[in-house]
Write a protein that binds this ligand. Structure first.
Ligand code: NAD
Ligand code: GLY
Length: 355
């Protein structure tokens, strides 16, 4: 990934959650001054960093060496298959062995998997320890590190156990994206496109430019602003926050049908957004799928459903977003405006068979 350009320090974005404030800084080079940024906010006696086996050799030392107080770490194996309760238990043991108390600080350094696991460990260890998120994938920078959703997977499905737990601090450094493989960068772009369609079409303009990677810091900033605004209104996901699931209803279904190995989360979301647009057209709205497909293909993302439609419908119904006999589908009738649309399961079945 070739990341050019730099974004200057800006005022942090702040998110007022029910249990406290979350400050989100987005600055090029921030990882190199993360220690100071943390000690301006927290007064721990020790810190514990959780990261994964890919990120550790790249950035763990850079971060750890910035502290003069005791630093311990847990390096988990990279990959969604490790987003499990057993991994969290391992983190608890490391925290105890390091002598961490409720006054200390836990840092998540990694992508969405590390962020979700570490957030859950921080929410539950000693009933809650301060948390700083340092997201290192584009997906984690624009989405998972902000808003306080934490959790792990069970055999039955993804993210079935978790907690809402806001990080007091989120430190986003676009520079770390330079080591991301292109496909992992593209995964994050699926979520970026999502923000463009649900709230701000200017983002679509930005990422349609051939040199959009040179302005990725600004793109991240616009996306995080949307997430902050949505979560500030509906932190616990009972209403407006559902718009962040545009593309995720069918997306989660195909991700599950591929056993979470055939498609990445971002690829599944890309396919799911196209399916949602086609579903809108089947309901009689304007068909907005063509420009979406062009953009996603330009960004290196898949757009077509390949799984059996009947299987998609059944996987979709088992998703936790089903309410009784209706499914809350997120539809976009014009770029920038998302609507939560309850659709009867029977009607949805007919639409899915036609996709
Ligand atoms: P990931 O954490 O598995 O990271 C993808 C890969 O990139 C991993 O192999 C990782 O080691 C590697 N990596 C991370 N940073 C790197 C860097 N700077 N350079 C090189 N390699 C790097 O996956 P992800 O896409 O970041 O996150 C997906 C997870 O996020 C899923 O579990 C999903 O459920 C979760 N998620 C959570 C939320 C939320 O609100 N909590 C939102 C969206 C997604
Ligand atoms: N990524 C969806 C949410 O945070 O609600």
């Amino acid at each position: 990934m070739d990341i050019k350009g730099a974004i200057p320090p800006r005022e942090p974005l702040t998110l007022q959650g029910a249990a406290g404030i979350s400050e989100i800084y987005i600055e090029t080079g921030l990882l190199g001054r993360a220690g100071k940024a943390m000690l301006d906010v927290f007064s721990p006696s020790r810190v514990h960093i959780v990261t994964d086996s890919t990120v550790a050799p790249l950035y763990l030392e850079t971060l750890a060496q910035q502290f003069t107080l005791p630093v311990s770490s847990t390096v988990i194996p990279a990959g969604e298959e490790h987003k499990r309760l057993s991994t969290v238990e391992g983190i608890y043991h490391d925290l105890l062995a390091a002598g961490m108390t409720r006054k200390d600080l836990i840092i998540a350094l990694g992508g969405g998997v590390v962020g979700d696991i570490t957030g859950f460990a921080a929410a539950t260890f000693l009933r809650g320890v301060s948390l700083c998120q340092i997201p290192t994938t584009l997906l984690a920078q624009v989405d998972s590190s902000v808003g306080g959703k934490t959790g792990v997977d069970l055999d039955e499905g993804k993210n079935l156990v978790g907690a809402f737990y806001q990080p007091r601090l989120v430190l986003i450094d676009p520079e770390v994206l330079k080591t991301l493989p292109d496909t992992t960068f593209a995964d994050g772009m699926a979520e970026v496109v999502k923000y463009g369609y649900i709230a701000n079409p200017a983002i679509l303009e930005m990422v349609s430019q051939p040199d959009y990677k040179a302005h990725i810091g600004d793109v991240i900033y616009e996306c995080v602003k949307i997430k902050r605004d949505v979560v500030a209104i509906d932190e616990h996901d009972t209403g407006l926050r559902m718009i962040l699931n545009f593309g995720h209803t069918v997306g989660h279904a195909v991700e599950k049908l591929g056993n979470y190995t055939e498609l990445t989360h971002g690829q599944a979301v890309a396919i799911g957004m196209v399916a949602a647009m086609r579903l809108s057209a089947l309901r009689g709205d304007a068909d907005l799928s063509a420009p979406l497909i062009t953009l996603l293909q330009q960004l290196g993302l898949p757009t077509e459903l390949t799984h059996d439609r009947e299987a998609i419908f059944h996987a979709l119904l088992s998703d936790k977003k089903k309410f009784g006999s209706t499914v809350n589908f997120i539809l976009v009738r014009e770029p920038g405006r998302a609507e939560i649309t309850p659709i009867e399961a029977e009607t949805l079945h007919e639409y899915i068979l036609k996709l």
